[in-house]
Design a protein around this ligand. Structure first.
Ligand SMILES: NC(=O)c1ccc[n+]([C@@H]2O[C@H](COP(=O)([O-])OP(=O)(O)OC[C@H]3O[C@@H](n4cnc5c(N)ncnc54)[C@H](O)[C@@H]3O)[C@@H](O)[C@H]2O)c1
Length: 341
């Protein structure tokens, strides 16, 4: 069986997860990794039995690396992605595509010119709960969509670790915006959002954003994103999705996942779906996403989540940020869609 040679760029929380999974995937050989923090890269390389490249250029110049995962911070995606595109690699870029619309349009243009797979890591597409929701909606089983509600609340410790270099709309909101667009198969026409900053005022970012979206289909959506759950909260994430249609409704609840552990005087709801281990093997939704990327490369399939689709989510996140800043309703330029990505 031919193995795909892989490199991972950016070895923080996500990059380490990508590297751990690739090191175990049967169709993959983890050739090497790169992080600007060379000490971190060396430690991880040693642990995984791979090599730490001294520079991004060196990693991209390695002919045995056919594909890369790019897991750098949100605001730094553009540069390494352009270099990886220039080097002719298949790319799995962590969400969001970029945080800047001009850069985003350029990435869409370049990705669409590239013969290689260019995928953006919108991981909820590989979560069976969201996937099955999409199947039901696409088959028309709940009729025409009337409204959507999505929540993604994360721990304050996660917001603090990111030190204000990304926003709650970009880091968390794009997940659910992408799901909403995927379900609706319709564009967002207007956005109105309101934000509050209290616990994270020192970092200059919002604690919480509440947004309402109007879709061109006439349906409406509500999005709640927040990253100020207390450290002692029972789970790492409190996420919901509600879909109301003319003939039915669907509810996704990612909070109590069917396992409750009481220890050290505290009740917790551990994650059993996103990424965990079973007999030393990594399992879960993130692994499914990476496996889908590898399958697309091996079988020459179209990208499972294209740059163009990911751009749409960024566009809505930017509109949400603008509305929260100005207090105005933001109208997305739907009439220009024919020319733009
Ligand atoms: N899909 C998901 O569920 C999910 C979850 C968390 C984060 N993410 C995304 O993954 C990406 C990384 O997030 P994270 O939480 O791992 O961040 P992080 O801060 O933990 O890690 C970022 C890493 O990139 C390295 N880095 C910075 N600049 C670099 C450069 N120019 N070249 C190489 N390495 C560089 C840093 O040293 C650090 O090790 C972000 O885009 C984030 O939105 C996705």
């Amino acid at each position: 069986m031919k193995q795909i040679g892989i490199g991972v760029i950016g070895l923080g929380e996500m990059g380490l997860s990508h590297a751990n999974i690739y090191a175990q995937l049967p169709d993959v050989r983890l050739i090497g990794i790169y992080d600007i923090n060379s000490a971190l890269a060396s430690t991880i390389a040693q642990r995984l039995g791979t090599q730490a490249f001294p520079s991004l250029e060196a990693l991209l110049a390695a002919p045995e690396i056919e594909a890369v995962s790019i897991c750098t911070p949100d605001n730094l995606h553009y540069e390494s992605t352009v270099q990886a595109l220039n080097a002719g690699k298949h790319i799995l870029l962590e969400k969001p595509l970029t945080v800047d619309l001009t850069e985003g349009r350029e990435l869409v243009r370049r990705a669409e010119q590239s013969p290689q797979v260019f995928m953006v890591g919108h991981v909820l597409r590989f979560d069976p709960r969201y996937y099955l929701t999409r199947q039901e909606v696409a088959e028309g089983n709940i009729g025409d969509l009337i409204h959507l509600y999505a929540r993604r609340n994360n721990l304050l410790t996660n917001a603090r670790r990111l030190r204000g270099r990304t926003s709650v709309a970009m880091f968390l909101g794009v997940h659910d915006i992408d799901v909403m667009l995927w379900l609706m198969e319709s564009s967002v026409e207007t956005v109105y959002a309101s934000a509050t900053s209290n616990l994270l005022k020192d970092l200059g970012v919002a604690d919480t954003i509440m947004a309402t979206l109007r879709f061109t289909s006439g349906a409406v959506g509500a999005l709640e994103v927040s990253w100020v759950l207390p450290e002692q909260f029972v789970s790492g994430i409190d996420a919901r999705l509600e879909v109301m249609g003319t003939q039915g409704a669907i509810y996704v609840d990612i909070h109590n996942q069917g396992l409750r552990v009481f220890k050290h005087g505290q009740l917790t709801y551990p994650d059993i779906s996103y990424g965990t281990q079973l007999n030393g093997r990594f399992i879960g939704i993130l692994k499914e996403e990476l496996a889908e990327f590898i399958l697309a490369i091996k079988e020459g399939r179209p990208s499972p989540v294209s740059a163009r689709e990911a751009y749409r989510a960024v566009e809505v996140a930017v509109a949400i940020e603008e509305s929260a800043r100005t207090g105005e309703v933001v109208r997305l330029a739907t009439e220009k869609r024919a020319q733009q990505p």
